[in-house]
Design a protein around this ligand. Structure first.
Ligand SMILES: Cc1cc2nc3c(=O)[nH]c(=O)nc-3n(C[C@H](O)[C@H](O)[C@H](O)COP(=O)(O)OP(=O)(O)OC[C@H]3O[C@@H](n4cnc5c(N)ncnc54)[C@H](O)[C@@H]3O)c2cc1C
Length: 291
C-alpha cells in the first residue's frame, strides 16, 4: 500500500494555535514537521492520523542560540541548519559529526530535530546525540511548559513523554566547561541508517573526567543510554584502557537484533568499538588535541 489513508489537513499559524488544535482534535491528530518519518509511515499505513497539523510555518521555532547558560535549539530547526551551525560546531561538534552522516541532502533540507526526537526510532542519530549530551526538551501544552530530561523522554520504541495536546518546542543543552563530544556511525552505504552508532560527551575538570554520557543508536528497541559507562568514567583520568572498558559496557548493555544490516554479535562488537572511538575523540576535543 503506497497511499496514505484519508486525513484532514490544517496549517498552524502559531504555536498556541497548533496546541489548541492538538487538544481539540485529540488522539487522532498528529503534528507534521519535515514529514520524512511520518509520511513514509502513513504510506505504509503504519500510521493513519485523522488530522495532520502542519507546523512548517512556525518559523519562530527554527533557531539555534545561546541563552541562560544553554545552547537552545528550536524544534523546527532542520538537519541542514544543525550541520551548518558555527555555534554548534564550536561548542558541540557532535552535531556536525552526526549530521554529516544522517540521510542525504533531500532529507536534511526538511527533517527537523523535533521530528527526529519525537519519532523515537531507535536508529535516530540525534536521539543518541542528545542523550549523550544530557540535553533537555521543552514540551508545551495548553497548561504551560514542562522541561524533561532526555533520560525520561523516550519511554519505549516510537514512544515519548510528549503528552496529548503537547508540542515539543525546544531542545536545551547546558554549557558546562571542559566539554568534548563526538558521534561515530557505521552504515552500509552513504545515506543509510546506522548498522550501529555511538555518541559520547565528556566534561573534563583538570586531569579527570568530571562527567560523561554515552548513548547508542540502532542496537536495541530504543536509544540506549549506557549509564554504566558514565559511572565508570566519572572521577577518573582519561586513558585508552578506560575508554576500552567503557566500550565493553556498551557492548554488554545493548540489545541488537539480527537483520539485513548484520548479525547480533557483529552489531554488539561494533557498538563497543564505536563507543570507545567516540569517547577517544570527545576527550581529544575537550583537551583541544583535535580540531
Ligand atoms: C531515506 C531516509 C533516510 C534517513 N536516514 C536517517 C539517518 O541515517 N539517521 C537519522 O537519524 N534519521 C534518518 N532519517 C530520518 C530523518 O532524520 C527525519 O527527518 C526524522 O526522523 C523526522 O523528522 P521530521 O521533521 O521529518 O519529522 P516528521 O516525519 O514530520 O514527524 C515525525 C514524528 O514526530 C512528530 N513530531 C514532529 N515534530 C514534532 C514536534 N515539534 N512536537 C511533537 N511531535 C512532533 C510527528 O507527529 C511524527 O510522529 C531518514 C529519513 C529518510 C526518509
Amino acid at each position: 500500500m503506497q497511499t496514505p489513508a484519508a486525513f484532514e489537513y490544517e496549517r498552524a499559524t502559531s504555536v498556541e494555535g497548533a496546541i489548541a488544535s492538538l487538544r481539540r482534535l485529540g488522539s487522532g491528530a498528529r503534528v507534521i514537521a519535515g514529514g520524512h518519518s511520518l509520511l513514509p509511515m502513513m504510506k505504509l499505513r503504519l500510521a493513519s492520523p485523522e488530522h495532520l497539523i502542519d507546523i512548517n510555518d512556525l518559523t519562530d521555532l527554527a533557531y539555534i542560540r545561546e541563552e541562560g547558560g544553554e545552547v537552545r535549539i528550536g524544534a523546527l530547526t532542520r538537519h541542514v541548519d544543525l550541520l551548518r551551525s558555527e555555534l554548534l560546531a564550536e561548542h558541540f561538534p557532535i552535531f556536525r559529526d552526526a549530521e554529516t552522516v544522517i540521510a542525504d541532502p533531500v532529507v536534511r533540507n526538511r527533517g527537523t530535530i523535533g521530528g527526529s526526537l519525537c519519532q523515537a526510532d531507535a536508529a535516530e542519530d540525534l536521539s543518541a546525540v542528545c542523550a549523550a549530551l544530557k540535553a533537555k526538551v521543552v514540551l508545551r501544552g495548553s497548561e504551560g511548559e514542562r522541561v524533561v530530561g532526555m533520560d525520561e523522554f523516550h519511554v519505549g520504541p516510537y514512544m515519548t513523554a510528549v503528552g496529548e495536546g503537547e508540542l515539543l518546542t525546544e531542545v536545551r543543552i547546558a554549557r558546562r566547561p571542559g566539554v568534548g563530544s563526538a558521534h561515530e556511525k557505521v552504515e552500509r552505504r552513504a545515506g543509510d541508517w546506522a548498522i550501529a552508532a555511538a555518541s559520547a560527551a565528556v566534561w573534563i575538570d583538570g586531569a579527570t573526567i568530571a562527567d560523561a554520557g554515552v548513548a547508542l543508536a540502532a542496537v536495541g528497541l530504543t536509544t540506549i543510554d549506557v549509564s554504566r559507562a558514565g559511572e565508570l568514567l566519572r572521577g577518573k583520568a582519561p586513558s585508552e584502557e578506560l575508554f576500552a572498558q567503557a566500550g565493553v559496557l556498551a557492548s554488554e548493555d545493548c540489545a541488537p537484533m539480527a537483520d539485513s544490516r548484520g548479525p547480533v554479535d557483529y552489531k554488539r562488537h561494533l557498538a563497543g568499538v564505536l563507543a570507545t572511538r567516540a569517547l577517544r575523540r570527545a576527550t581529544a576535543r575537550a583537551l583541544h588535541e583535535e580540531a
